[in-house]
Design a protein around this ligand. Structure first.
Ligand code: SAM
Length: 342
């Protein structure tokens, strides 16, 4: 039997609050509505009736059969992190299995080191498929991002063997092929920051655009030139332009940026590892008074700032840590307003 307070529906919220304050509200059963009455499950039928009478609440104590009222399912679902900590605590603590992972659309990418056997990697993959909601394919990072295209090798662990997915962030949609083009969901906040800085008269030059997440985030600009040397990146960018109705704004350019002759008021240099090699080109592109968003890898901001100060007169508008890169290094962004080029 489940003891309940039966009150008029209109007094339900007030009654529930009094019950909560007096530790009388059961957390094992759901409230039940029947006609104009509400049945609110009690922790005990033995209580001081005055607490309701003082509030002019007319009520009855009613006994419901267990099958007349729904139980609250208080069993916490096991998360993937719980699963890892329960089964691989030492490996997680020793950093050979990370409980953090990337989700790109319906694809999840895990970080499991090579020293974990292929059988166990697959088993972890199967569990990720089961425990992470809406996931259809599970991969593992097999290498760091590498080469000119900044793409990493992936090992398939579970689910569909597909690498193309649809990713949504900041109100736009992106087709991403995680095996063919660089993409990081961890930069969503940073793209939102840039999105909020862009003005209607900006001409944006996205020097290293990939599938175009920054370019598309800059959709309020007057024009966006999006450059990349990876043909798969530009092919997906073209589809993303259509997907986001930006045919009149974004100009995709498949080319080494060093060979491209464009000018802009806002230049995005998202090639952190090698951006320092492209500063002269960025300065050639940016108009006086324009902004360069310079992404770089290191232990602090100093190197990037010194590099720019040696090449132009500039003001630092903002500087931030974007994400960690290695145990002692970060990806930084520094926003430079270019006052005068040397
Ligand atoms: C770190 S990824 C960034 C991609 C994209 N901005 C994003 O956030 O997803 C850098 C990109 O620069 C491209 N790239 C590398 N060298 C280049 C060059 N010389 N000219 C144009 N693109 C280049 C790579 O193909 C890669 O897509």
């Amino acid at each position: 039997m489940v003891f309940c307070i039966k009150v008029n529906f209109k007094l339900g919220e007030k009654t529930r609050k009094i019950m909560l304050d007096n530790h009388l509200l059961s957390k094992s059963y759901k409230l039940k509505k029947e006609g104009e009455f509400l049945y609110i499950p009690l922790t005990s039928s033995n209580f001081d009736k005055k607490i309701f009478e003082d509030e002019n609440i007319e009520f009855e104590i009613s006994e419901l059969d267990e099958n007349e009222i729904s139980k609250i399912n208080s069993e916490k679902k096991t998360s993937f992190k719980d699963y890892l900590l329960k089964n691989f605590k030492d490996e997680v603590e020793g950093n050979s299995i990370a409980h953090a992972y990337d989700i790109v659309g319906d694809i999840v990418i895990l970080q499991i080191s090579e020293e974990i056997t292929p059988e166990i990697r697959k088993k972890i993959g199967e569990n990720a498929l089961k425990l992470i909601p809406s996931v259809k394919a599970v991969f593992r990072r097999e290498s760091d991002v590498k080469g000119d295209f900044r793409v990493r090798d992936l090992e398939h662990l579970a689910g569909e063997e597909k690498t193309l997915t649809l990713y949504k962030e900041n109100g736009y949609r992106l087709l991403v092929d995680v095996a063919k083009v660089y993409f990081s969901p961890r930069l969503g906040w940073e793209r939102k920051r840039i999105m909020d800085l862009v003005t209607f008269d900006d001409i944006v030059v996205d020097m290293f655009c990939g599938v175009g997440p920054y370019s598309i985030a800059c959709k309020n600009a007057e024009k966006i030139y999006s450059i990349d040397i990876n043909p798969d990146g530009i092919e997906l960018l073209k589809q993303n332009i259509v997907l986001n109705n930006l045919e009149n704004k974004i100009v995709p350019i498949l080319e080494d940026v060093r060979n491209v002759d464009v000018k802009g008021t806002r230049v995005i240099m998202n090639l952190p590892k090698y951006a320092h090699q492209f500063v002269d080109k960025a300065l050639e592109i940016v108009e006086d008074g324009g902004t360069i968003h310079y992404y770089t890898v290191g232990a602090d901001f100093d190197e990037g700032i010194e590099l720019f100060k040696s090449k132009c007169e500039c003001e630092i508008l903002d500087k931030r840590i974007v994400k960690s890169y290695s145990p002692r290094e970060y990806v930084f962004v520094i926003d430079f307003k270019i006052l005068k080029k040397n």
